[in-house]
Design a protein around this ligand. Sequence first.
Ligand SMILES: [Cu+2]
Length: 276
Amino acid sequence: MNKCKLIKTSLLKLFILIVVVLFGCTKKESETSEYRIIRIEAHEFKFNMPDTISAGYNVFRLINHGNLIHEGLIFRFTNDSFTIKSYIDSVAAGIDFPSFSLDLGGPGMTTPYDSNEVIINLTPGKYGIVCWVDNHLMLGMNKDFFVTETSSEIGSKPKEDLVLELSDTAFTFSKLPVKGSNLIKVINVGADNHEVDFIKLFKGVTSKEYIKWKITRDGDPKGLPVGGSLDINPGYEIWLPMTFKEGKYLLTCVVPNKKSGKSHLEEGKFFEFEIK
Ligand SMILES: [Cu+2]
């Protein structure tokens, strides 16, 4: 079974177009950054991105050129003898967390015409990127790439505004996000792999209503993903540049609990906050 097949959302193309037009939820790409920006262009069904990038703190920016939601999980091959085909074969055989891969986060669910970014510190080695939405991985959204040594000074350790801890049962902020831009350090302090999706709830929708829809996928969507990071192995950290407008936001994690097989969301892990 696909890691998140039951609950990853691929919304209807028409619905997305209407929402994008009505709510203007696309973000403009900033051109200046103190970090190297690695552009990951997502299409149905492939990733266009460099084959080789420099080690250090890089901004991984996923730009969705497709008509479906896409995402990009970045993982490291812990043994260079394995390939992206080994990963695909493992998933096809029902092993969603191959023993030779270390999940390091990556831009979460990104709606069409939108972009999301995550800052990750990568050491030299062999890596892969996959999209776990529905069956996209098997349809071609998988790629390997290499990270090489660099002598460049670009990209020092980010200075976060706040910290978000992902435990096995909760999301814990060091302080709540504010309106406008926030640089959030996200660290997995649990024993399981964890992700964080930031969902902007539609007006009048409660967290319980969204969660019910997310699990059952019954009826119209109740909110839209606006950023976040895919799953991170225990002990690892990433940084999320996030901009918030007024409204209610919900944090979710649909990575399965390795013991129960249920997603952490289904087990009751979520967090809601409001920007006024
Ligand atoms: Cu995809």
